[in-house]
Design a protein around this ligand. Structure first.
Ligand code: SF4
Length: 215
C-alpha cells in the first residue's frame, strides 16, 4: 500500500487551549513517576488516573486494547530502520529525572545533534493525530532527550496502512506538557475524582467502564 506522510504544526492542534503553567511539576521524588501511557489516558479521560493510581482498580482489557497490543507486537517484530539516523532505539525505557516522567518508547531516532520520537498507533486520525497520541509521543521523547542529552526536535505518529504524521516541535510544547503534568499531579496529591467525560461513547470502550459508570 502506498505510504503517505503529512507534516503538521502543533499550534494548529492546541491553539484553542490555555497554556498556563505552574510549578507543580517540579521534581518531587516523593511523588510517583508518571508514565507517557498515563498522559495518553489522561487526555482521553481525566478520571482514569484516579482509578489507576488512587483507587488502584485494575481495568478490564477491552477488544480495542487487545487489537492495539497485537498491532504493537507486530510492529516490534519488524525492524524500523532509518539510514540517516546514527542510532535507533526500539521499545526502550527512558526516564526524565527532573520531571519525574518515564516511558517505554516505541522508537527513538538519534541523529548527530538531535533526536526524534516515533509512536505506532493502530487507530489513525489523519492528517492531524489525536492529541493523546501526540502528547504520549512527546513525553517519551522528552524522557529520551534527558537521557541521551540531545534535544527532541520532532515526533512522528505512524499508523497502519503506511500513514505517517510528522510534527516539528516548537518551544510551546514543553509548556503544554508541564501544564498537563501539573494537572495530573494535582489529581494525585489532592486525591481528586474528576468529572466523567461528556461523550459517553468513550466510556463504552473504556477499561474502567464497569467500576466507573455501571455502579
Ligand atoms: S468509564 Fe468514562 S468517565 Fe469513567 S474513566 Fe472511563 S472514560 Fe472516564
Amino acid at each position: 500500500m502506498k505510504s503517505s506522510k503529512k507534516s503538521i504544526r502543533l499550534d494548529k492542534i492546541f491553539n484553542s487551549e490555555s497554556t498556563t503553567s505552574n510549578n507543580l511539576c517540579k521534581t518531587n521524588t516523593a511523588q510517583p513517576t508518571i508514565y507517557a501511557e498515563e498522559f495518553r489516558q489522561h487526555l482521553y479521560c481525566k478520571r482514569i488516573l484516579y482509578w489507576r493510581r488512587i483507587a488502584k482498580v485494575h481495568g478490564h482489557s477491552t477488544y480495542l486494547m487487545e487489537k492495539g497490543t497485537t498491532y504493537h507486537n507486530q510492529r516490534e517484530k519488524s525492524t524500523y530502520v532509518r539510514s540517516d539516523a546514527i542510532q535507533v532505539y526500539h521499545n526502550r525505557y527512558f526516564y526524565h529525572e527532573d520531571y519525574n516522567i518515564a516511558a517505554r518508547v516505541d522508537t527513538i531516532l538519534e541523529y548527530e545533534d538531535h533526536i526524534s520520537a516515533v509512536e505506532y498507533k493502530r487507530f489513525y486520525h489523519f492528517p492531524s493525530p489525536f492529541k493523546s497520541h501526540i502528547i504520549q509521543c512527546i513525553v517519551g521523547g522528552l524522557a529520551a532527550e534527558f537521557e541521551l542529552d540531545k534535544p527532541l526536535t520532532s515526533i512522528e505518529i505512524q499508523y497502519y496502512q503506511g500513514k505517517r504524521s510528522q510534527i516539528n516541535l516548537q518551544s510551546e510544547y514543553r509548556k503544554k506538557i508541564i501544564e498537563i503534568l501539573a494537572e495530573m499531579r494535582e489529581i494525585l496529591t489532592q486525591q481528586i475524582l474528576p468529572l466523567p467525560v461528556k461523550n459517553s461513547k468513550k466510556c463504552e470502550v473504556c477499561e474502567y467502564y464497569k467500576i466507573c459508570r455501571n455502579g
